[in-house]
Design a protein around this ligand. Structure first.
Ligand code: PPE
Length: 314
């Protein structure tokens, strides 16, 4: 889906016009995948736009940077403020938020020492990640022939640009074979995650998701759904999932900031449960979306209101 452009992008502390938010072709990240990023959403509520789990995303951004020995030249508070201001400045009611930390332009060669650490934040409207009907009807997916990275290769807990080379292989293969998305196994053959989503299965009323050791990103939506499910009295466990468990699960769904909670109706052309969105998936979706819309109490302090006016003057 092409961008719905808005007015400004934040780059290293300055608001620049969308069309001018450019980098040099010889910047380090272009060649070696030396970037870390976040993906998060801002939702429309009756009392104005709110960022969902802003602090947790910023914390994860700093953790990803730490793993790659990148010192972000801004504080977490500065990043949070920059995000809130940018949404206010662009006057968006709801949007996707993409903070990016990357090794910039100075020299090439794998050793990035000396290249600047640049930071950019973009916001834009982004609809349903896996298609307009996906949230209700569910998606048809496959198990990928690509694995997620083995432990001690590309760290799965760091949301680094480099990890998305693997994600692209998964996604492109799925698309080439007529599927919306692929689930990858880890190098031990256990279920890991989608190219850009965590996976949950429902088995006899219990929600199961692969543990962090199965090469998964520590998804913030994953954590949110686990928390909300427990609140609804649903048992949730993290457990190693064999591939075949996917096919015989009662329900399977994806979670992610972009994908939100998306039901999976078939895997490798095998119908999952009734072949439609399952009752537990629906219940969780409803609870999740109500929370995001500010229709229920923000018990966990997950919603940060966007100020009505940007602090940065025009
Ligand atoms: N696993 C992967 C590999 C992943 O990329 C994401 C998010 C998740 C799990 C879910 O994490 P969380 O968003 O914290 O619940 N993928 C982001 C990027 C998607 C893209 O195409 O770009 C996202 O959802 O924003």
């Amino acid at each position: 889906m092409a961008f719905q452009e808005c007015e400004k992008i934040w780059m290293n502390g300055k608001l620049v016009d969308w069309k001018d938010a450019k980098v040099h072709v010889l910047c380090h990240a272009m060649h070696y995948g030396s970037s870390v990023f976040e993906g998060q959403r801002c939702y429309k509520t009756k009392s104005g736009p709110v960022c969902f789990r802003l602090q947790e995303h910023t914390d994860r951004l700093f953790n990803s940077a730490k793993i790659y020995r990148m010192d972000i030249p801004f504080t977490k508070d500065e990043i949070n403020q920059a995000i809130l201001n940018l949404i206010a400045y662009n006057k968006l009611e709801s949007c996707y938020i993409r903070p990016l930390v990357y090794r910039g332009y100075k020299q090439l060669g794998v050793d990035p020492t000396g290249c600047p650490i640049d930071v950019a934040i973009a916001v834009w409207y982004w609809g349903a990640y896996l298609g307009p009907e996906a949230l209700e009807s569910g998606v048809d997916i496959c198990v990928s022939s690509w694995n997620r990275p083995a432990p001690n290769t590309f760290p799965a807990m760091a949301k680094s640009g480099a990890n998305y080379a693997n994600s692209q292989l998964i996604r492109l293969e799925a698309r080439a074979n007529g599927y919306t998305e692929g689930i990858a196994l880890d190098t031990f053959g256990h279920v890991s995650e989608g190219s850009g989503e965590n996976v949950f299965i429902v088995r006899n009323g219990v929600l199961v998701t692969p543990p962090l050791g199965s090469s998964v990103l520590f998804g913030i939506t994953r954590h949110s759904v686990m928390t909300l499910a427990r609140e609804l009295g649903i048992e949730v466990i993290e457990d190693v999932i064999p591939r075949e468990q996917l096919y015989i699960a009662d329900e399977v769904f994806f979670t992610g900031s972009a994908a939100e909670v998306t039901p999976i109706r078939s895997i490798d052309k095998i119908s999952i449960g009734s072949g439609k969105r399952g009752p537990i998936t629906k219940k969780l979706q409803e609870h999740f979306f109500k929370y995001l819309a500010g229709e229920i109490k923000d018990t966990y302090g997950w919603l940060t209101p966007v100020p009505q006016e940007a602090i940065v003057s025009r």
